[in-house]
Design a protein around this ligand. Structure first.
Ligand code: HGY
Ligand code: MN
Ligand code: MN
Length: 413
């Protein structure tokens, strides 16, 4: 199939999927267990079936399409990404990788390639953790790492738990553990994804070969003070939760910079309670998202945050809670599969470079336990997690060519 035709099919699918957002004209907002998620999953099921795949939606809200191998007892080759998004995000993050995997399956069929082992296209639910503050819910469930207690533990800002959201979506959260795949049933995982950073675009490079993914720790921190009148309460009699919290928050970026090795730390959410302009805040909630290729760096910054919270909350006579939402260690990806993709880039004269991923992905979760590889395509100006996120369909088509070469080798050897 000519690459122009591949471009056309990928463009058709992604242009169609763009409509499934809760914030039309303001980016993609496709949160887990929502109407938009249901619409996207139903579309993915349709095109997977049209591609001749056996389609299944599991107990966690993941969707899989299987191209049967001659020996289905062999560990499968799985390829995919996530179909959810952040709020006001872009139209390519996650979903472009799912469509590249569907396109790979289409071409395997059209070329009459008979795989020895199953080829499974995966669309994962809730990779972002945007709604419940977690992450990798669907891929974690596939690995047997999600249970009913987990579903009841995490709530969104409206107080709805994952458990309740799943019920409203039409899933039975009591069956969440049925989403786990049998030990040894997945041989490897491949994920194509937009870079979400500036390196490929700035270097005019067509393909990114990802050799490692950073580790991540995420916390929701609540500083407790006391509500008081903003006008009548003397400054030395306040228990101002915002004063204590901001003295900690303001230090975190420099603690990351001091590592001088690409370590990053972000406070992306802050909320004061009760939130009145003439009320000394009783509570201040904020998140921290810390990432590094060096896990010791992450642990050191967490330790410094905790020590600063001890100091600053004691100074106001308050207290704090530090709720761990996600802890995942850095992962090195499969050099064997990277080498196959590198050979494919050379064969097709695609420019390429090796690079790390500063973003977490389902591959980060899956790569903890299975041979895993990622391929990046350029993000225009490195922008992502915002409505201006953009990737050329022609770049995704080149990725599909490389993915097909890798899949064909893995499925026929
Ligand atoms: O947050 C991340 O790194 C990814 O986009 N989920
Ligand atoms: Mn993302
Ligand atoms: Mn993503």
């Amino acid at each position: 199939m000519a690459i122009e035709d591949i471009v056309g099919r990928i463009a058709g699918d992604l242009e169609h999927l763009k409509r499934y957002t809760a914030t039309p004209k303001a980016g993609c907002t496709r949160l887990p267990f929502t109407k938009e998620a249901r619409q996207a999953v139903d579309y993915l099921k349709t095109i997977m079936a049209e591609a001749g795949l056996e389609v299944k939606e599991d107990a966690a809200g993941n969707v899989f399409g299987t191209l049967a191998g001659s020996d289905p007892t062999l560990p499968c080759v799985m390829m995919g990404s996530h179909y959810d998004s952040v709020v006001h995000g872009g139209d390519y993050d996650g979903i472009a990788g799912v469509i590249c995997a569907v396109e790979t399956a289409r071409q395997l069929k059209e070329r009459g390639i008979q795989p020895k082992r199953n080829f499974v296209v995966a669309g994962f639910c809730d990779e972002e953790g945007m709604r419940f503050g977690t992450g990798y819910f669907g891929s974690g469930a596939m690995l047997g790492k999600r249970d009913v207690a987990y579903c009841k533990r995490f709530r969104d800002t409206d107080g709805i738990s994952i458990y309740e959201a799943m019920q409203a979506y039409g899933l039975d959260p009591n069956r969440i553990e049925e989403a786990a795949w049998p030990e040894g049933s997945i041989g490897c995982f491949i994920e194509a994804h937009i870079e979400q950073g500036p390196m490929l675009d700035a270097g005019n490079i067509e393909i990114g070969l990802v050799d490692c993914i950073v580790g991540i720790q995420r916390y929701m921190i609540t500083v407790n003070g006391r509500a008081d009148h903003a006008g009548t309460t003397p400054m030395d009699m306040r228990m101002d939760a915002v004063e204590a919290a901001t003295k900690v928050i303001s230090k975190i970026p420099d603690w990351a910079r001091e590592k001088a090795d690409g370590t990053v730390a972000t406070t992306g959410f802050i909320r004061t309670i009760p939130g009145g302009m003439n009320i000394v805040a009783e509570q201040c909630e904020f998140t921290v998202d810390i990432r590094s290729r060096n896990n010791d760096n992450i642990n050191d910054i967490v330790r410094r945050i905790s020590a600063a919270l001890d100091r600053e909350t004691e100074a106001i006579g308050g207290s704090y809670e530090m709720d761990n939402k996600l802890t995942i260690t850095p992962v090195n990806l499969s050099q064997g599969m990277l080498s196959v993709m590198e050979e494919s880039c050379k064969e097709h004269a695609f420019s390429y470079q090796y690079l790390p991923s500063g973003a977490g992905h389902d591959a980060l979760e899956i790569g903890q336990v299975l041979p895993t590889v990622m391929l990046f395509v350029p993000s225009k100006d490195g922008r992502s997690h915002c409505p201006v996120e953009f990737t050329r369909y022609s770049d995704l088509a080149k990725a599909a060519v490389v993915l097909l070469d890798l899949a064909e080798k893995l499925l026929t050897e």
